[in-house]
Design a protein. Structure first.
Length: 334
């Protein structure tokens, strides 16, 4: 029997600016609004590398065409990390890029892919070769075999425009110099689901808020195989750069039911046994364990077509692509 996931929400996340009008209206549909498809899993081969069962999948990025990039880590025959697309390896530990020696591509490194298929990524690197007696390792951002953002001390957010422009900004104040842009605190949307969702040009998670349980604020988790009345639901809201929600997680800390919504509808749900449900085009479901929807920065990526790429790392799965059922996908903006 697989270990059951426990949901832990830190009290440090209890932020409380004004809520945008409380209501107890329920989501319209209970049926899953997405089909899932496994796109990378153990046993598959990309660019000569076959993913083994011990592979761990980390950060992911998805463009509007459905092309994706991801970071993977494995231990055999030696410990290694690499950045992949579906077509091949972009970079790996030990590479020399623009005269810089790649020391590591951390699983949580930021990555971005635009509609041209260009990939920008964070990596730890050194100016000295691996056999040097002294190596100073720093972090920077690479694009098209060039270092485009030099070493930095503070977290940096960046995006890759569809015309190839690289845009970056420091996201938190510097510990040493007091510089940088603090993380935005967005107002909470109406309960349970927002009237307006994010229409940001690039649907990346820019910030999040925890909305604590409130007694008497009723919510019914109406799932395909389960209906649960919740007296005090909590929410995790993941916002785009325009401070409108991209993803809303609604849960019950006592019973253990969690539902996850996007603008397209019900993305997935987590049952009281800790297993998350995903549904295929054949209406068959799979049950996996993941902590993605309790994290501040989940390993998922969304595009303007409403698709979601999710890193699973459980029971023979690696990356799954979830596509909305409700609307016809095209390459236009929303």
């Amino acid at each position: 029997m697989k270990n059951i996931m426990q949901l832990f929400i830190s009290a440090a996340l209890l932020l409380s600016p004004t809520v945008e009008g409380q209501q107890t209206t329920q989501p319209e549909a209970s049926a899953p609004a997405f089909d899932f498809r496994s796109v990378v899993e153990p046993g598959m081969t990309i660019d000569g590398h076959t993913f083994t069962p011990d592979t761990i999948f980390g950060s992911v990025a998805l463009n509007d065409q459905g092309d994706f990039a991801f970071i993977a880590h494995w231990n055999s025959p030696t410990e290694q990390e690499a950045l992949f697309t579906a077509r091949g390896i972009v970079a790996r530990t030990g590479d020399v890029i623009d005269g810089h020696y790649i020391n590591a591509i951390p699983l949580d490194a930021k990555i971005a892919i635009n509609n041209l298929g260009q990939v920008a990524f964070e990596a730890n690197f050194s100016e000295q070769p691996p056999d040097s007696s002294f190596r100073s390792v720093v972090r920077g951002v690479f694009l098209d075999n060039h270092l485009v953002l030099k070493p930095f001390l503070n977290p940096v957010d960046f995006d890759l425009a569809n015309d190839g422009r690289f845009v970056s900004e420091q996201t938190e104040p510097s510990f040493f110099h007091g510089k940088g842009k603090p993380e935005k605190t967005c107002p909470l949307p109406k309960f349970p689901l927002p009237v307006r969702w994010s229409a940001a040009q690039s649907p990346r998670i820019a910030s999040y808020r925890y909305d604590p349980p409130l007694r008497g604020r009723g919510y019914t988790a109406d799932l395909p195989f389960l209906r649960v009345a919740i007296d005090a639901a909590y929410r995790l809201i993941y916002f785009g750069s325009d401070c409108r929600p991209l993803l809303v997680v609604i849960g019950d800390p006592d019973y253990g039911v969690t539902t996850v919504y996007t603008e397209a509808g019900l993305l997935t749900s987590i049952n009281p046994d800790g297993y998350l449900d995903l549904f295929s085009q054949e209406e068959q479901s799979i049950h996996v364990v993941t902590d993605q929807f309790t994290r501040k920065t989940p390993s998922l990526s969304m595009n303007r077509r409403g698709q979601v790429l999710l890193s699973i790392n459980y029971d023979g799965l690696g990356l799954v692509l979830l596509t909305p059922k409700a609307r016809k996908l095209d390459a236009t903006t929303r």
